[in-house]
Write a protein that binds this ligand. Structure first.
Ligand SMILES: [Zn+2]
Length: 198
């Protein structure tokens, strides 16, 4: 498989083409938040800069959890904030976000959950599931019940298991590399943090 041309099931092609049209499917040598390297990066902010796109994607993700009586949608900042907001709008729920404080994902800004509150955790992109998992922990610590997890994109090929019902609008198999095994590192090109250069 050509690692710069991710494969996706047929029914997710419209969402993927929205990313393509928005210039949000980037090809290069990227350092991901997870510390892994990849030749493909999905810059969701470029899709979500158009509120009509954000609304459409939020509604599509919300549809998957329509029957779950979601009280509140929570996402990790910064990338998930707009996703949580739009999914919450579509579900008639609250939309909150967690932030890192001294390294730990936590609720700030006076956000709180009631005991037993039914929460959907959302993200823009799931790679390893790390930040979704941390957000789920923060929700449980705050007394909420995590009913499910959703993302616009799952680039783990569906491999990430979060222990709750999980869905993504697009599931891609995009190879990621430990820096020690990265073919582009071996060629000597430097990895860049996406968005760090124009
Ligand atoms: Zn590399």
């Amino acid at each position: 498989m050509d690692p710069t041309h991710p494969t996706a099931p047929e029914d997710t092609q419209p969402v993927l083409s929205l990313f393509e049209r928005s210039g949000a499917l980037l090809r290069g040598h990227f350092l991901l938040t997870s510390g892994l390297h990849s030749q493909v990066y999905l810059q969701c902010a470029l899709v979500l800069q158009n509120p009509a796109n954000a609304e459409q994607l939020g509604r599509a993700l919300a549809e998957e959890f329509r029957d779950e009586r979601i009280d509140t949608v929570v996402a990790p900042a910064v990338g998930g904030i707009i996703v949580a907001h739009e999914v919450a709008r579509a579900l008639g729920a609250r939309g909150l976000f967690t932030e890192r404080e001294a390294g730990a994902m936590t609720f700030r800004r006076g956000f709180s959950l009631s005991p037993g509150e039914r929460v959907l955790v959302v993200e823009d992109v799931v790679t390893t599931g790390g930040s979704t998992r941390e957000t789920m922990d923060a929700v449980r610590q705050a007394g909420g019940v995590v009913v499910g997890a959703g993302s616009l994109v799952d680039r783990s090929g569906g491999a990430v298991d979060l222990g709750v019902r999980r869905t993504a609008l697009v599931t891609l198999s995009v190879p990621t590399y430990d820096p020690a095994d990265c073919p582009q590192c071996r060629e000597g090109t430097p990895a860049v943090k996406p968005g760090s250069r124009k």
